[in-house]
Ligand binder design. Sequence first.
Ligand SMILES: NC(=O)C1=CN([C@@H]2O[C@H](COP(=O)(O)OP(=O)(O)OC[C@H]3O[C@@H](n4cnc5c(N)ncnc54)[C@H](OP(=O)(O)O)[C@@H]3O)[C@@H](O)[C@H]2O)[C@H](O)CC1
Length: 155
Amino acid sequence: MYFPKQTKNELYRRLRVQLEHLKVPFTDDFVGTAAKSDYIIDAIFGFSFSGEVREPFPAVIRALAEGKVPVLAVDAPSSWNIEDGPPKDGPGKGYNPPALVSMTAPKPLIKWFQGRHFVGGRFVSHAIAEKYGFDVPPYQGSDQIVEIGSHGERL
Ligand SMILES: NC(=O)C1=CN([C@@H]2O[C@H](COP(=O)(O)OP(=O)(O)OC[C@H]3O[C@@H](n4cnc5c(N)ncnc54)[C@H](OP(=O)(O)O)[C@@H]3O)[C@@H](O)[C@H]2O)[C@H](O)CC1
């Protein structure tokens, strides 16, 4: 777990405590640890991301973009704008990870995404989906994710 910046958000503080109790190892060296990893989950930036990538993240985003280790991004490849998609320059230029999982519903940036796309969030009821105007994808059996194609079809 690379978690360089503590936020005041109580949920993230609790997440850290939970991971420590589970003995999940933490690292300050993202680039070195990433190079030795089999897989990376990118859940750094989502809705809150705006502007240029600030320290200490440029090297992290560059390593994600240029590394050979496969990445699964959560909601947004970090450095992408939720509405406008991938950055035209900066450390995230050219970053298009092989897989993305959209929590609850895909975000507008999905238009630019070229890898495998999954939707997760089976906890959303049909009533809530109807209220906010999105489709609940066809989850199979007890699956918590479903793979969705570029035209919204189940794969
Ligand atoms: N937020 C949610 O409800 C959910 C988020 N999910 C996933 O979690 C990650 C992170 O999502 P995000 O919403 O972006 O999280 P935070 O509000 O904690 O913000 C993270 C930090 O981002 C920093 N930030 C913003 N812009 C920049 C920038 N240009 N350079 C560097 N750092 C930046 C911001 O720092 P500040 O200094 O501005 O405080 C925050 O600390 C993501 O993967 C989401 O998809 C879950 O999916 C569920 C719901």
